[in-house]
Design a protein around this ligand. Structure first.
Ligand code: NCD
Length: 317
């Protein structure tokens, strides 16, 4: 595979391979010198047409730890705000000599358009496109779960039988979509929870169970509870009566937290709306692995950039 556009494209072997390479990358992070020479002389462009904090700096840190040169391009202050097309931007990057492109875009499918056209001949990594996919987020989530469950013995393992409950704004969430495909491929049992207004059409055809009430889902003894951000910026209509009502029905508050096993992981991709989908108590609790997710994101992005750009292997073989 030459690009990483969707977790639906990954076989179980490929997915486990990425997680295993990320384990090697995590080992590098514990050394005094956290840098590998692997991508020396190569240029990675971070093309961010949509706001981002952790994903952009995570890709930047990952590329730098592999010794690549990094160019950060954000739409604000660029010619994109003057109406330059994706095609012109891509041709400019090709002329500059980009060896890999990491792209985040508000339009679902923009990374696939970039990968399918000959404007630029470089591997494309999807860093989040519209409501479609965010594959490296799902990979770092799977990596975080596997490490928590198996520690040093995680290499080579999948997530067979692991119970994952994903809660909230499924409709607008590329994180949910990428997680559903990847977790199913890795053998996990996924349960989605949302009010009917925040469930996508066709969700009944996904490889998941669906619950309309969080309290029902919490009785299934989950190993992982993943809370999603309410994505106000993607909502043109009212999807629930009020924030208070949503927090009461779907928020992970202290009382619900107390019903979870002590070793159930609480996840959130960030940025968190504290007090809405997740209470401060839950976000900062011993069960929360939110900061592990951020740290593991760098290892996963190093693994993906290494596999796609180093030429040492046939892409994600
Ligand atoms: C997510 C995203 O941008 O899709 N955040 C992230 O990458 N860490 C989720 C979100 O914005 O809610």
């Amino acid at each position: 595979m030459r690009h990483l556009l969707s977790t639906a494209d990954l076989t179980r072997e490929q997915a486990v391979r990425i997680l295993d390479v990320a384990e090697d990358m995590a080992d590098v992070a514990t050394r005094e010198v956290k840098k590998l020479p692997t991508l020396r002389g190569r240029t990675v462009v971070n093309l961010f047409f949509e706001d981002s904090t952790r994903t952009r700096i995570s890709f930047e840190a990952a590329a730098k730890r592999l010794s690549a040169d990094v160019i950060n391009f954000s739409a604000k202050g660029s010619s994109v705000s003057k109406g330059e097309s994706l095609k012109d931007t891509a041709q400019t990057l090709a002329a500059i000599g980009a060896d890999g492109v990491v792209i985040r875009h508000s339009a679902s499918g923009a990374p696939a358009v970039l990968a399918a056209n000959a404007w630029i001949d470089a591997p494309v990594v999807n860093a989040g496109d519209g409501t479609h996919e965010h594959p490296t987020q799902a990979l770092l989530d799977a990596f975080t779960i596997r490490r928590r469950l198996h520690g040093a013995g995680a290499r080579g393992r999948s997530l067979d039988g692991v119970r994952v409950v994903i809660v909230g704004d499924i409709l607008h969430s590329r994180v949910a979509r990428s997680n559903v495909w990847l977790l199913a491929t890795l053998g996990a049992e996924v349960r989605l929870v949302a009010p009917a207004t925040l469930l996508p059409l066709g969700v009944r055809d996904w490889p998941v169970e669906v619950d309309l009430h969080l309290d029902d889902a919490l009785t299934t003894n989950p190993d992982v509870v993943m809370m999603l951000r309410i994505q106000g910026e993607r909502m043109r209509d009212a999807f629930f009566p009020s924030a208070r009502e949503y927090a009461r029905e779907y928020g992970l508050d202290e009382e619900r937290l107390g019903r979870l096993r002590a070793d159930t992981m609480v996840m959130h991709p960030g940025p968190m709306n504290r007090g809405l989908e997740i209470s401060a108590a839950a976000a900062d609790s011993a069960r929360s692995v939110v900061l592990d997710q951020v740290a593991n994101g760098v290892s996963i992005r190093m693994a993906v950039l290494y596999l796609l750009l180093s030429g040492a292997e046939e892409g994600i073989a």
